[in-house]
Design a protein around this ligand. Sequence first.
Ligand SMILES: [Zn+2]
Length: 62
Amino acid sequence: MELKVGDDFKCPEGHKATVVWISEDEKVIAVKCPKKHLKKVVKRAGAMERIYDNNMVFLIEI
Ligand SMILES: [Zn+2]
């Protein structure tokens, strides 16, 4: 597989993300996804509230 920084790659949730880093042995890459992802669920005033974050970076073994 020949990946370069800047290439498109799917994030773990299937969005179109961008490769931002590749390890020296090319076994791990980091992809940055501009879409929203569920970060955590917190309980507030008795209700569960979902906290989302975007521009997350994922490490993926390839
Ligand atoms: Zn994503």
